[in-house]
Design a protein. Structure first.
Length: 285
């Protein structure tokens, strides 16, 4: 089966970015959100992203219009039944994902492929919420999806080899670069990245340097495009905290345990750019 039509479940930061990327590649995209209001917010995110791309000469005005025309919205999972591939991109919560995937599985045609964009949960436990684990895999985009080239393709013990090949071909058709990952919590990138970010917070807690100096040291000393605290604010401190807890539960290693300061900042609502304040302060839009 050739992938001709794609569904995306969720139109938040990741879902909207994925929908944009897929529509740019020429696929018709059906986005499911729980309300029309949330879908409209997702559309606004896509328009803002396209406006930035237009400003930098990466797309023309006509191209922006074509992208938006390819994206439609539905509020029921039944509206995705004509899709050949559906990518789940809802909140990073195991119970919520499993409930959604179980209903989605019933609505889709037998030949459809289901993928999750989870960044920390194992694909196997999600696949078992469906009756098609052989047609289920991870397709993990990175934020912001329209900009980041990497996509982690995660197979399980049950994934059909032909389905995995189709996933790789699909990712390449988006002008992205896929890498093969084993089904471990965090896959490749977050398994290495999360301990680094948590260690930066611990280093600050222990007085190794100021937030600004640690960021500058990692930029100028290691050639990173941004320091760990700038990256934490971009990702979201709540997102990092949640992912770290999932990975600590999986591996039971200290390097995945969230430091107290991170937990306290999340409890205080200092979540990073999205809340206007994290390790740095930002102007609210």
């Amino acid at each position: 089966m050739k992938i001709k039509k794609v569904g995306v479940v969720g139109c938040g930061l990741m879902g909207a970015g994925i929908a944009e990327v897929v529509a740019k590649a020429g696929y018709p995209v059906v986005v499911r959100e729980v309300s029309e209001e949330l879908f409209e917010k997702g559309q606004a995110r896509i328009r803002t992203s396209l406006a930035k791309a237009l400003e930098h000469g990466k797309i023309d005005a006509e191209g922006c219009e074509r992208v938006m025309e390819r994206i439609s919205g539905v509020v029921d999972l039944e509206g995705l039944k004509s899709c050949d591939l559906v990518i789940e991109a809802i909140v990073e919560n195991l119970d919520e994902k499993c409930k959604t995937l179980a209903v989605l599985d019933e609505e889709l045609k037998d030949a459809a492929i289901i993928a999750s964009n989870t960044s920390s949960l194992t694909i196997t436990q999600l696949a078992m919420a469906t009756t098609r684990p052989q047609r289920f895999l991870g397709i993990h985009f990175f934020y912001p999806a329209p900009v980041m080239k990497l996509v982690e393709v995660v197979r399980t013990l049950m994934s059909d080899a032909e389905i995995v090949e189709q996933a790789f071909a699909f990712v390449r058709s988006l002008d992205k670069e896929p890498v093969a990952c084993r089904d471990n919590s965090g896959f490749i990138v977050n398994r290495l990245l999360i301990p680094y970010l948590l260690d930066a917070v611990r280093a600050y807690e222990e007085g190794a340097g100021s937030i600004e100096d640690i960021d500058q040291a990692m930029q100028l000393g290691c050639g990173y495009p941004m320091g760990p605290f700038t990256l934490l604010d971009l990702i979201g401190l709540d997102t990092t905290y949640y992912i770290a807890n999932i990975m600590f539960e999986e591996y039971r290693e200290k390097r995945f345990a969230p430091p107290p300061l991170l937990k306290q900042m999340v409890q205080a609502g200092r979540l990073g750019r999205k809340s206007g304040r994290g390790f740095y302060e930002y102007e609210k839009k």
